[in-house]
Design a protein around this ligand. Structure first.
Ligand code: GAR
Length: 220
């Protein structure tokens, strides 16, 4: 049982971090993003909305998805964004899939690789092709709860604060320097679904900002 359930629920929104800027940095030309997604694509859509509203100066060049059922394909179509299915089952190795991803990203002249619910491990092949230009979003406050079912992990551990992290991608899963995080309270009675929904609201807020932030840092 939570010690201060009323205080926590009353102040729930004040626990949320961080306040976001009204405007984001401007670049010489729009950032050219390639999105990798395996699922619903709500983060892809949040990025597309941030671009459409003029907040994020970027363009989604292509959406690559690995799962034929992924709803992100429909969302890409609605946004008139080219999409490409690269089904991991049709590739002999992770490296072979990454090679094809790189070819596709290069064909669409992508500068930044944005993993938005991409549920495949990436290899040195992809990371090496886009040094310090691959970002991922993960539904936990890393370094806590890396890997799959991060939201369930947080609930099972009895965490009182959960959240999401945007980080540069390195070889080890859900590792790499952190660009931005947002925290949400874990409320009494939360299920994986209710907590996931609260975390996703924050993902949609911070991912566009984190992309802009990362793009102001020169690659190593
Ligand atoms: C997001 O919650 C993201 O944090 C998670 O997948 C979801 C994709 O949602 N990613 C991971 O768990 C990666 N380790 P979306 O398809 O609606 O953007």
């Amino acid at each position: 049982m939570s010690l201060f359930p009323d205080v926590v629920s009353k102040n729930a929104s004040s626990i949320i971090s961080p306040p976001l800027p009204d405007s984001l940095p401007e670049f010489d030309s729009p950032l050219r993003l390639g999105i990798l997604a395996s699922g619903s694509g709500s983060n892809m859509e949040a990025i597309a909305q941030a671009i459409q509203s003029g907040w994020l100066q970027a363009q989604i060049q292509v959406v690559i998805y690995n799962n034929p059922q992924a709803h992100v394909a429909q969302r890409a179509q609605q946004w008139d964004i080219p999409s490409m299915l690269l089904n991991h089952r049709h590739f002999a190795s992770r490296e072979a899939l990454d090679e094809q991803i790189i070819q596709t990203l290069q064909a669409y002249e992508v500068d930044w690789v944005i993993m938005a619910g991409w549920m495949r491990r990436v290899t040195e092949v992809l990371i090496g092709a886009f040094p310090r230009r691959v970002l991922n979003i993960h539904p936990s406050l890393l370094p806590s709860f890396p890997g799959i079912r991060a939201v369930e992990q947080a609930l099972q551990a009895g965490a009182k604060v959960a959240g999401c992290t945007v980080h540069y991608v390195e070889l080890e899963v859900d590792s790499g320097p952190i660009v931005m995080q947002a925290a949400v309270p874990v409320l009494p009675g939360d299920t994986p679904e209710t907590l996931q929904a609260r975390i996703q609201q924050q993902e949609h807020r911070i991912y566009p900002v984190a992309i802009a932030l990362a793009a102001t840092v020169p690659p190593k």
